[in-house]
Design a protein around this ligand. Structure first.
Ligand code: GTQ
Ligand code: FE2
Length: 349
């Protein structure tokens, strides 16, 4: 016969909870639906960071601290639902990094992977394991896990890029390692463009051994190439109702995502489109490369312009109204979710 709890067990339950707490126990049944919700639940909120706000603060920071002293002069994009946690989504970091003419940001390596999406200015470089790449607006650059990297600006204008890192993922697993290089600037061992020539032309060297493990051997995907691809696609067929023309940056050695923890995309939305609502479990950061319009994220609406950044939390429907032809760069943890068999999407709201 099943035992029946006493109707007035409330006080006795509280007493039990109180006593077991000292022994580091707690009752699952009090929090079951918080821990296992019916649908994704996240403190991450929809938000936009206007470039018009960010730029003056960055330039002010540029007067107060050097890139070298700061190690990295970055304004962190704090998700308003998780302020102080240095997260833009639950799994990703975003920040604007400024490097002024003549500055260097010293060389180091860490297990966290990074991406850079150049927002403003040209002529700075990032060096990755002995090769430099010059940064231009719209370029997408990867710093693979555990590779030496430093930045410099031998040019004549300030350069700002959006940093995307998998810091919260690496923190969740407690797999953080970091090491400074012995010098500020690492030695150069290959000419600029060597990795793109070797791996970025639908050819690969015989016996190629992935130089960066699970990360793409191409560490710079120049904007002119991505933009040309999108322009050509737009001439050849109709846009997808949710995505417009959307392409994923890939690792040419595998055909899979360019980075093991972060997926990266670029999309073209034609002028006048109202994209069909789309949701997926990968909270996504968008940087506006071109165009303007309005984006609806869940129940909130934001106007966007070039160089603005906005975030779509997990399982929030996103829809764009393009007032002009738009090019959006975006990144999310989709590749990590897919590797773990967790990713889901739903087209149409
Ligand atoms: O440029 O190496 O935004 O190590 C955060 C951590 C940038 C970088 C960030 C970093 C870097
Ligand atoms: Fe770094």
């Amino acid at each position: 016969m099943a035992s029946v709890p006493q109707a007035d067990s409330g006080a006795a339950r509280q007493d039990l909870y109180h006593r077991i707490e000292k022994h580091n126990f707690s009752p699952l049944w009090e929090v079951y639906h918080d821990l296992i919700p019916d649908e994704p639940k996240t403190p991450c909120k929809p938000a936009i960071w206007k470039w018009a706000d960010a730029r003056p603060y960055l330039m002010e920071a540029g007067k107060l601290i050097t890139a070298k002293e700061a190690l990295r002069r970055v304004l962190v994009l704090q998700n308003p639902g998780m302020r102080g946690e240095s997260c833009v989504t639950q799994s990703l970091f975003a920040g604007f990094q400024l490097i002024l003419p003549g500055e260097i940001a010293p060389s180091h390596r860490h297990t966290q992977s990074a991406l850079r999406f150049v927002v403003e200015g040209s002529g700075a470089y990032t060096a990755v394991d002995g090769e430099r790449t010059t940064m231009r607006p719209g370029d997408f650059i990867i710093t693979p896990s555990w590779t030496w990297h430093d930045h410099g600006n031998p040019g004549s204008e300030p350069v700002v890029w959006l940093d995307g890192l998998d810091l919260p993922i690496v923190r969740t697993f407690a797999t953080q390692f970091h090491e400074p290089y012995t010098e500020d600037v690492q030695p150069i061992s290959r000419g600029e463009g060597a990795s793109l020539a070797r791996y970025g032309n639908n050819l690969k060297p015989l016996g190629a051994v992935a130089p960066f493990g699970k990360t793409s051997p191409i560490f710079c995907y120049p904007y002119d190439r991505s933009r040309e691809t999108l322009a050509r696609l737009a001439k050849e067929g109709d846009p997808d109702p949710c995505d417009g023309w959307k392409m994923e940056f890939i690792n040419p050695l595998t055909g899979g995502p360019a980075m093991p923890t972060i997926s990266t995309f670029i999309q073209l939305l034609p002028k006048g489109i109202r994209s069909r609502p789309y949701r997926s479990t990968d909270g996504t950061v968008y940087s506006v490369a071109e165009g303007k319009g309005k984006v609806k994220i869940g129940n909130e609406e934001f106007a966007f312009e070039p160089k603005d950044t906005f975030v779509v939390p997990s399982w929030h429907a996103v829809s764009v109204e393009a007032a002009a032809e738009c090019v959006l760069f975006s990144y999310s943890d989709r590749s990590a979710q897919q590797a773990l068999g967790l990713w889901r999407e739903k087209r149409g709201g």
